[in-house]
Design a protein around this ligand. Structure first.
Ligand SMILES: [Zn+2]
Length: 400
């Protein structure tokens, strides 16, 4: 008689495997399990011994594959009356969660796979519904990342991410020093960021020193009201790119003013004007720029302003930075151009956040990397319209 047994593959405490059958093509294996009578039933919610059995039930629970064989455990279990919980509950047989129709060990394997594969791929591999896979992944994510970890935060970066076309945004808060995503919230309003601060203790708020961000009033407002001692540092990239829009408007205005003959020089110059001078490699592009600059002094000055604007972030001394900023504004004023004036006024209004860069040389470009990775997560987290799930996936990916 053979002594071979597959029972060691099923080291479950509270049940006994009493039967097994394998389909002729060995694709599917069916096991039958019953509660082990040596244990008295207990409540799956509170763990206390059940007083009375309410009913006997059965369900099929999917387990890990053995090779390419899909394993099902047809398990009998009991519903019991739990006094402490004051309700009828499923007994705890320890190898499955009552709300998920797979074994605990399969669930945790699915969770691991979801870190690297798409929900769809994992579902396909096991031949189970993708919604089940997502539910399992989300369940584990909630356990691990459901509560915001505010420990050790000193310097933060805040930015929005566009999650779909049509102005649908989420706010991401990054621990600047560790690169960990601390929090992800729906929208990009004042209230969005208030939610983030609401979870903090007073000590945790006091520990924060600086936050890098875009010149986005709702965020600024919230930081000033929630953590007024924190230094706001505006991100160089965001400011320069909004000046890029000014350059474009100036170019359009100058184009309209130009004579018919000169108009040709403006055509196709948008790209050249927005590029860093150093990065213009093609000879004909350099010639084109030269032609345009000699033709139009306003555009010439605007480009000088663009260069000088970046330099404002190079200073380590507030005195020098302040001086350079004042010089910048003076030069900008010489243009007497409405778009440029509007930008200058904004710069003056937000100058504190540029000068703060002297004390904290931080920026939000770290979040650019986050943004790229989020695109991958979006693809992986099939059904990402569940914003909570999407947020948890982001936090997991940047948990370090
Ligand atoms: Zn209970």
């Amino acid at each position: 008689m053979s002594t071979l047994s597959i029972l060691p593959y099923f080291p479950f405490n509270r049940v006994r495997i009493i039967k097994q059958s394998v389909s002729s093509d060995s694709d599917i294996s069916q096991l039958t399990a019953i509660p082990d009578q040596r244990f008295s039933p207990k409540c799956h919610m509170c763990g206390s011994k059940a007083q009375r059995i309410h009913s006997h039930e059965k369900r099929s629970i999917r387990d890990l594959n053995i090779g390419s064989t899909r394993v099902w455990i047809n398990c009998s279990y009991r519903k019991v009356i739990c006094k402490p919980c004051n309700r009828i509950v499923v007994e705890d047989l320890e190898f499955f969660e009552p709300y998920i129709r797979v074994t605990r060990r399969l669930a945790s394997f699915i969770y691991e796979l979801c870190k690297v594969l798409t929900v769809k791929d994992v579902a396909k591999h096991f031949g189970i519904n993708w919604k089940t896979v997502k539910t399992i992944d989300k369940y584990f994510l909630e356990q691990q990342y459901g509560e915001t970890n505010y420990d050790g935060l000193r310097i933060l970066a805040v930015d929005e991410i566009a999650i779909s076309k049509g102005h649908h945004y989420m706010t991401v808060v990054l621990d600047y020093l560790s690169g960990r995503v601390v929090w992800v919230g729906k929208g990009r309003t004042k209230e969005t960021l208030i939610d983030f601060f609401n979870g903090m203790t007073n000590e945790q708020r006091q520990a924060i020193e600086a936050i890098a961000m875009d010149m986005w009033d709702p965020y600024i407002h919230t930081v000033k009201s929630q953590v007024p001692h924190v230094k706001i540092v505006f991100d160089l990239f965001h400011v320069v790119s909004s000046f890029g829009k000014v350059i474009d408007k100036v170019r359009n205005a100058e184009f309209r003013k130009a004579t018919k003959q000169d108009k040709d020089v403006y055509i196709g110059s948008k790209y050249i004007l927005l590029k860093n001078k150093r990065n213009i490699r093609k000879k004909e592009h350099r010639e084109h720029l030269k032609q345009l600059l000699s033709l139009n002094e306003t555009i010439n000055t605007v480009l000088i302003l663009k260069d000088k604007l970046k330099h404002l972030w190079y200073y380590r001394s507030r005195v020098w930075a302040k001086k350079a900023l004042a010089e910048w504004c003076l030069l900008a004023d010489t243009l007497n151009h409405p778009y440029v004036r509007k930008f200058t006024n904004m710069l003056k209004r937000y100058s504190y956040g540029i000068l703060n860069h002297c004390d904290y040389s931080i920026h939000t470009s770290k979040l650019e990397g986050v943004n790229n990775k989020i695109k991958v997560i979006k693809r992986k987290a099939y059904g990402f319209l569940d914003e909570r799930y999407f947020s948890l996936k982001i936090i997991q990916a940047f948990s370090n």
